[in-house]
Design a protein around this ligand. Structure first.
Ligand SMILES: [Zn+2]
Length: 452
């Protein structure tokens, strides 16, 4: 059980809160309680966020793509290095890298992750003996770390808009819809061995990596679980889709697919006002990845237009160049301030920006991952994060300023404890398997760096 000096409940901050958990869920909440022997005592308890978008393996490229070469720097040259990297990545390395990534997410305050998983095959494109070999590696990393996993096998059939063939660097991703269906079936079977909060959705990679007929054929494979898709991340992608399909990507999705509350549109950066309002009203979650979008030079999301239309959003760490929940929150808001030459943008009406972003992302992230979480309430998954209010960044703040302190003044070091569906994986700011996981990562990361 957990005893929190303060806890953020749906109705606001409460004092001396005792949380009882059963089978991964919150089974009772007592306010004004006394701590009992054996309780885990924490300073302040928050609903933990879901990290709704990750490509775990890309963590091992962090710091390798920040070197300028005259005339050659863009999103697309970054992608070239990613492809060279994938020529060498082994299943063992995939597992070790994902374990570090999931551990770092939990230490930063994320209880769950949406792993948008697109590397399926061997270098050159041959299928592994187990078609779901690399998904099994992600599952092993999730089991080791205890993170809540929404696994999203990716449909990736074409190398570019207009059904271009896969390039050499993309052969490990490739499946037609029939083989993708077999893959999803194998992944679902393997997922049965994981904890009950595990989900398997699907992710058509993007419009450019599929085609209209295949996309519509693949969507029912989600069977009610989440559907994620990259959309409108880069102006070139928007122009390519417009030239091919006669509509901009979001415009096309709204007109031709059943996009709705079970969908997550990753990035959704370059949209017209009509697309912004239409996508928000569809109920789909905008999957925002502020650090990666800044790192790749994607551009800022239209936050004011999205909020005005009542859109849901969540936060993802995408390329994992830096895994930090507090930095994601402030990068999202700062991207809006820099563009608008304004302050306090990501909030509807008046109120705390930190609370609007944090609680917005808690709800939207849970929705995007098909996860019953995002609030400390009976019946919800026990996805909980504890922060230390005696930390210098937070110690002088009133209750209504705590989430602003977290978003703008604190580092992730304020996180002391983290529960993923009741699994107490971070204690005293450290993941319980940290040393073992870091040792595995060192071998994998060095092996990959040496092979490049
Ligand atoms: Zn992505």
């Amino acid at each position: 059980m957990i005893f929190a000096t303060r806890a953020l409940l749906p109705q606001g901050w409460a004092e001396n809160v005792r949380i009882t958990m059963a089978e991964g869920h919150i089974s009772a909440i007592t306010v004004g309680a006394k701590a009992e022997a054996g309780d885990v005592r924490v300073s302040a308890l928050l609903p933990a966020l879901a990290n709704l978008h990750s490509h775990a393996f890309q963590r091992a490229m962090a710091g390798m793509t920040e070197h300028r070469i005259a005339g050659r720097d863009s999103f697309w040259t970054w992608r070239d290095l990613m492809y060279r990297f994938l020529d060498r990545l082994t299943p063992e390395q995939m597992e070790a890298i994902a374990a570090l990534v999931f551990m770092e997410m939990q230490e930063a305050g994320y209880a769950s992750v949406g792993e948008f998983h697109y590397v399926h095959h061997q270098p050159g494109g041959a299928v592994y003996a187990n078609i779901a070999e690399l998904s099994a590696r992600i599952f092993a990393a999730a089991e080791l770390t205890g993170i809540g996993l929404t696994h999203l096998p990716v449909l990736y059939t074409y190398g570019g808009a207009g059904e271009q063939p896969l390039a050499a660097g993309q052969l490990r991703f490739g499946n037609d819809v029939d083989r993708f269906a077999k893959l999803v079936e194998a992944v679902r079977l393997a997922a049965r061995a994981l904890p009950g909060d595990t989900q398997v959705g699907i992710a058509p990679h993007s419009l450019r990596a599929t085609n209209p007929k295949d996309l519509l054929q693949a969507v029912p494979l989600a069977a009610g679980a989440p559907v994620h898709i990259h959309v409108a991340e880069q102006p070139k992608e928007v122009a390519d889709i417009l030239a091919w399909l006669g509509a901009r990507p979001v415009e096309w999705l709204l007109a031709n697919t059943p996009i709705g509350a079970d969908w997550c549109a990753i990035h959704a950066t370059h949209m017209t006002e009509a697309e912004t309002a239409g996508l928000a009203r569809s109920g789909a979650v905008a999957g925002l990845c502020p650090i990666t979008e800044a790192n790749l030079g994607d551009g800022p999301f239209n936050g004011p237009g999205w909020l005005a239309a009542g859109g849901a959003f969540g936060i993802g760490s995408d390329s994992n160049v830096r895994i930090s929940l507090t930095e994601e929150l402030r990068t999202l808001e700062y991207s809006q301030r820099l563009r608008d030459i304004s302050r306090n943008v990501m909030v509807s009406g008046e109120g705390s920006v930190g609370a609007a972003i944090y609680l917005g992302a808690a709800n939207g992230g849970a929705q995007a991952l098909g996860r019953k979480s995002g609030a400390i309430a009976v019946g919800m998954l026990a996805d909980l994060t504890a922060i230390d209010l005696s930390n210098p960044a937070l110690c002088a703040l009133r209750n209504d300023q705590i989430l602003d302190g977290l978003a703008f003044a604190a580092s992730d070091a304020v996180v002391t404890d983290l529960w993923s569906a009741g699994r107490h994986q971070v204690r005293g700011g450290r993941h319980i398997a940290r040393d073992h996981i870091v040792a595995g990562w060192r071998v994998a990361a060095q092996g990959l760096a040496d092979a490049l």
